[in-house]
Write a protein that binds this ligand. Sequence first.
Ligand code: AMP
Length: 417
Amino acid sequence: MQKNIETYDFAGKKAIVRVDFNVPLNEKFEITDDTRMRAAVPTMKKVLEKGGALILMSHLGRPKKVDPQFSLKHILPHLEELLGVKVQFAEDCQKADEQAAALKAGEVLVLENLRYYAEEEGKPRGLKEDATDEEKKAAKAAVKESQKAFVKKLASYADCYINDAFGTAHRAHASTALIAKYFPEDKMFGYIMEGEIKAIDHVLKTPQHPVTAIIGGSKISSKIGIIEHLFDAVDNMIIGGGMVYTFKKAMGGKIGRSICEDDQMELALATLKKAEEKGVKLYLSNEVVVADAFSNDANTKVVSNMEIEDEWEGVDAAESTLKTWEEVIMSSKTILWNGPVGVFEIPAFAKGTKAVARMLAAATEKGAFTLVGGGDSVAAVTQMGFADKVSYVSTGGGAMLEYLEGIELPGIAAIKE
Ligand code: AMP
């Protein structure tokens, strides 16, 4: 049965915690953004304050074998700073028996990068390029088999399990899901997981209306699952960014060189119909900023979305479109935002995305519940200094998207079941 970190008695117990310390490092192996580590501090401190010991496990990067570049050793000094205690390190996550056994209340042990082992993900490695289906199947079965011992070993170090890595909750990995079964009475979410689940559930299940979703990004194909699932929860949906052009072309518009998924046009038309059936008011940008090149010093002008000339491409939402969106956003009580509404990476085309970030901060101040998720939207609110001016910033990109699509995430299910 699922337990609660707030009420669980950690005194004299060892908690193995799946954290997300997958932080970006520069060429000197210095952390360039410690957001994920800082986010995990409340959970880690709770265990220590309540007399427990911590065994922390995480992945870092995508190593396919032992590779010092991806060692969690790099993050130890900063972790010590954040926790204010000395941290021990196990160079091999499968050989930490003695260190784990000797761990006392208030002490912290970090296990080396779990992904040094194929068993963490449960996917075979080193397959020959010309491997037959038969060979692939056998390799998969072998790693699944050895994964059992891998999980068991990790579980053997501790008395309870905490999952606080929302960013990997959509993966059924050893440390994110499989390990939970060894702690049927002693498993729980950390504060990040709890916060993420609560924020998304609030938007999907218990929101104050009107509810508005702003969905941006480049492709319909990657967002269609969310768009359709959200139709059941929202009153308004603003669709921005590159995927608008697929809709506009499908509607008979001229989109010039704008990004378009020709094979998704039928789906786009079906989506428009579905929105109508569900009573969701859709806002696609009407006027857009077009550019004659994909660069910061390109020539730009504002045109109708249905009439983009041949050599031009849509790169950002125009003022008039932003004004319409602002009215919708400012009269909403619950707002979810995922995905940039323009080519945010190029400063000249980032105005629309920044404006949306500003609108969300203003709506929050007016009392709306605002949830921002996805790399670019989070970067936009953070860069503008609005990260603490919105109600919740989700740290889990892919996991948040899957959760919004209504998919049961293995990392969540493993704790709840
Ligand atoms: P996604 O990963 O699907 O959320 O999409 C994010 C990407 O969409 C970013 O890299 C943006 O640059 C891109 N994007 C947004 N608007 C446009 C546009 N009008 N044309 C091309 N790419 C865009």
